[in-house]
Design a protein around this ligand. Structure first.
Ligand SMILES: *Cc1c(COP(=O)(O)O)cnc(C)c1O
Length: 404
């Protein structure tokens, strides 16, 4: 059976061109980039080339790029490194209720340590009201942290506008751009961000490598003490092969961005149109304005059924999708993103994410459209919630479904 991978927001396959450039660094190019001899010099050159490739994708200077172990490390570093450096200025962070756990849980942990955190609410489509942001700013605010795009819904946030607000109030601005780079244009100058995080494995590079953009002159404390790698920003011998792979993936993403957007967007729209027209009683999660969503992401709730059982049934046809985010599946709690959007709890449990990538094809989308409506119908017929005989007036689920 042909396998169909529609979970690119969880991770992506390493692209063949990326693997190709990485391999020598597991073989003859084994040197430590900090060594002064021939073995080190050959490798340090490769690191600097990768730094240029990453910088070019987001319109930064190579000296502003620091390599890390993953996106989560970058988010932790941005937030904790800012609070440490700006201790004397204040202790208040503004973020949103829909961040990735790498930001959300970092902020929750800091709150327990005594920091003051504002989690901005979103509306039922998952969009932010920037008036709430301005209202939340105090003279103790040292950081605004808002993701460029959401991993579950694909919603793109108004980063340029937030950047203007941050500049107006002279507050540092961090954005988690893990889901955005390579999918939509990301420009750190235009958006006026000070800190921006990316991760290799979401864009065709391997797992275990990421990078943070730190605007020149931005003071940060480090939580990783040790050697003087990465201009003293991040101790530890670099993951050279991974970094070389990340550089190549960024170079490819920059060259392919327009084509990626058009092609993947067309496939996602084909899937979205098909699902919305062929499956009754469903709810789109995220903004209905497709321009304001990542081109590759579709998140829908199928009333009366569990997302997990739908996933397992799709898996039997070789189709890989996701319910909630990869990190939270396995827990019975509905996703915090659906919660923040006030999605009714049974609908939150049935939320299913399809995320496409550069390797996705029209045949794959058509196969999903062939399998999905009948699978949903079959699961509904087994569901005690479906055709339960009650009227909408005395059944909360029916009432909810009637409203979607
Ligand atoms: C995947 C993801 C992360 C975490 O990146 P890792 O490299 O897996 O640690 C952070 N933020 C967002 C939005 C993500 O999708």
């Amino acid at each position: 059976m042909k396998q169909i991978y529609l979970d690119y927001n969880a991770t992506s396959p390493v692209r063949p061109e990326v693997l190709e450039v990485m391999l020598p660094f597991y073989k003859e190019q084994f040197g430590n980039p900090s060594s002064v001899h021939w073995a080190g010099r050959a490798v340090s050159g490769a690191l600097e080339k990768a730094r240029e490739q990453v910088a070019a994708l987001i319109n930064a200077s190579p000296a502003e790029i620091v390599f890390l172990s993953c996106g989560s490390e970058g988010d932790n570093m941005a937030i904790k490194g800012t609070l440490g450096a700006l201790k004397d200025k204040g202790n208040h962070i503004i973020t949103t209720a829909v961040e990735h756990p790498a930001v959300l849980e970092t902020c929750e942990a800091l709150e327990k340590e005594g920091y003051d955190v504002t989690f901005l609410p979103v509306d039922k489509n998952g969009t932010l009201d920037l008036a709430d942001l301005e209202k939340a700013i105090t003279d103790k605010t040292v950081l605004i942290s808002v993701m460029w795009a959401n991993n579950e819904t694909g919603n793109i946030y108004p980063i340029e506008e937030i950047g203007k607000i941050a500049r107006k109030y002279k507050i540092r601005f961090h954005t988690d751009a893990v889901q955005s780079v390579g999918k939509v244009p990301v420009d750190v100058q235009k958006a006026n961000v000070d800190l921006l995080v990316i991760s290799g494995h979401k864009i065709g590079a391997p797992k275990g490598v990421g990078a943070i953009y730190i605007r020149r002159g931005t003071r940060m404390t480090t939580f990783m003490h040790g050697g003087h790698q990465e201009r003293n920003r991040r101790a530890g011998t670099q993951n050279v092969a991974g970094i070389v792979g990340l550089g190549k993936a960024c170079e490819m993403a920059a060259a392919e961005l327009d084509d990626y957007y058009k092609r993947v967007r067309a496939l996602r729209d084909r899937l979205e149109d098909g699902v919305l027209s062929q499956v009754p009683d469903i709810k789109l999660n995220g903004t209905p304005d497709r321009e304001q969503r990542l081109p590759n992401t579709l998140n829908v709730s199928f009333a009366y059924i569990e997302g997990e059982s739908l996933l397992l049934n799709l898996d039997m046809f070789g189709i890989a999708a996701s319910s909630g985010s990869a990190c939270t599946s396995g827990s019975l709690e509905p996703s915090h993103v659906m919660g923040a959007m006030c999605v009714e709890v049974t609908l939150a449990h049935s939320s299913t994410r399809f995320s496409l990538g550069p390797e996705s094809t029209a045949e794959e989308v058509d196969k999903v459209l062939e399998v999905l409506p009948a699978t949903v119908q079959r699961l509904r017929e087994m569901s005690p919630l479906y055709n339960c005989g009650k009227t909408a007036e005395d059944c909360e689920t029916c009432e909810t479904v009637r409203r979607i």
